[in-house]
Design a protein around this ligand. Structure first.
Ligand code: SF4
Length: 452
């Protein structure tokens, strides 16, 4: 590797697919690579190191990895010192098989081995092919708390990893292992360190944060107790968490929204289906009635609360009546937004072996109808905010119009706004914006007051 690099700045190209946990893993990789004086490049053809942090939640995500790897084959010919790495859930799922499929690969490592990146690069430096998919039942201190590099006003903080739920369609328990919680003291000191660096908002991450402290690791602190402590860290403006499992969301957690003003008014509560039969086949562990009881309690206590969800259509055996039950759940709950997907059989999951697999064209047609239905509901929810004055945490330049600024409400909605001349507000500043326009994915408004 050193040969092509003498005296020249080392460049890394890193592409991340999938969930916030992968985003956080990539941030940790960049932190480690900074220590090896790598700088990030957006152009893979300039890179000395290429890392693809992969997602395996659906077949489409997995296929994307192979097409990208195909593209890098020629690069390797031109730049023999180039090191190509596949990380994340496809790396964990496929391991050695990836090297056979893409012989130009150098390193393959799973999500439990992010903190070993430096030593894996050294091993590859000696010309060896490296595959590490070891999964451990505990979280070692050096795994987290790695100096972040590219953060401004907000940060992800993993509080645990893995999942013990084994929903019948899901590959995550196989690629991310059993639930292990981090020690609350490690989490709180990481957050205090982030606040010292100017971070104003943290998002606590876990496949199922509500079971924090119940699996391995941790130190007998429940999720609501941890969340209350995090909300009291001096200097923080906002706290978010993702993802909750409906069967584990406690009334104690729901009450916390009324007691902790820094806790953002948004809950992502994946329901997956509106049919009890499908929920049972998915192994979700709750009924539609139970799910609705939690939603109605949240809406009754906090009418301004934003509730979003995940939905899978076309699960094996899903009848038209099951599907209609999902559509009626949408019309009843009126989610602020949904993340919706066609069922995709995943290797090693029980659902992949179920009879009555639904044909692709039926799954795709159901997904389209569902998304059209939700589009109307989301627009209606967004229009409901016209004329309201909302707290917005400034994030920086608007992605729609670079002459404007952008930020997010407590409900996680994007707001774009022209910056009045008197406004001295940069990323991390809390301001008040009156909403004047509403679109499907964002709002627009005028600044009323600034808190910085
Ligand atoms: S709760 Fe279910 S869907 Fe979510 S990560 Fe765990 S197994 Fe997968």
């Amino acid at each position: 590797m050193a040969e092509g690099l003498h005296g020249r700045e080392k460049l890394v190209f890193l592409e991340t697919f999938g969930c916030q946990m992968n985003e956080n893993d990539s941030e940790r990789m960049l932190g480690l690579l900074k220590g090896l004086s790598y700088t990030r490049t957006k152009d893979p053809s300039d890179a000395d190191l290429i890392i693809i942090n992969t997602c395996s939640i659906r077949d489409k995500a997995e296929q994307k990895v192979y097409s990208i790897l195909g593209r890098f084959k020629s690069l390797k010919k031109e730049r023999p010192w180039l090191v190509i790495v596949v990380a994340g859930c496809v790396a964990q799922q496929e391991g050695e098989k990836l090297l056979k499929r893409a012989p130009h690969l150098d390193i393959v490592f799973g999500p439990h081995n992010v903190h070993k990146l430096k030593e894996l690069l050294l091993q590859a430096d000696s010309g060896r092919k490296v595959v590490v998919t070891e999964q451990t039942g505990e979280i070692s201190p050096e795994e987290y708390g790695i100096e972040p590099v590219e953060l401004e006003e907000k940060a992800f903080v993993s509080i645990m990893r893995g999942c013990n739920n084994f929903c019948s369609y899901c590959i995550v328990p196989y690629t991310r292992g059993r639930e292990v919680s981090r020690k609350s003291a490690d989490i709180l000191s990481e957050i205090e360190g982030l606040v010292e660096k100017g971070i104003k908002e943290v998002t606590l991450l876990g496949q199922n944060v509500n079971s924090y402290g119940t699996g391995g690791g941790g130190d007998d602190m429940s999720f609501p107790e941890l969340l209350r402590k995090v909300c009291r860290v001096e200097g923080l403006s906002r706290v978010r968490f993702i993802t909750s499992h409906p069967k584990d969301i406690s009334d104690e957690l729901i009450r916390l929204f009324g007691e902790e003003p820094r806790l953002c008014r948004h809950v992502h509560l994946p329901v997956q289906s509106g049919s009890d039969g499908v929920l049972a086949a998915m192994g979700r562990g709750y009924s539609v009635e139970y799910y609705l009881s939690k939603v109605w309690l949240l809406k009754k206590l906090y009418p301004e609360m934003a509730i979003t969800t995940d939905i899978i259509v076309g699960f094996p055996g899903e009848s038209e009546a099951d599907y209609e039950a999902t559509m009626s759940l949408l019309r009843t709950v009126r989610f602020d937004n949904i993340f919706s997907f066609m069922y995709s059989p995943r290797p090693g999951t029980t659902a992949a072996g179920l009879p009555d697999q639904i044909p692709l064209e039926v799954r795709s047609e159901r997904l389209q109808r569902l998304q059209e239905e939700q589009k109307e509901i989301t627009n209606e929810r967004m229009r409901g905010l016209l004329g309201r004055t909302l707290d917005v945490l400034v994030e920086g330049e608007s992605k729609i119009d670079a002459s404007e600024l952008s930020g997010r409400t407590s409900c996680n909605r994007i707001v774009n706004f022209p910056a009045p001349v008197w406004l001295q507000a940069g990323p991390g500043c809390l301001i008040e914006v009156t909403i004047t326009e509403a679109y499907q994915n964002s709002l627009r408004g005028e600044v009323r007051a600034a808190g910085c």
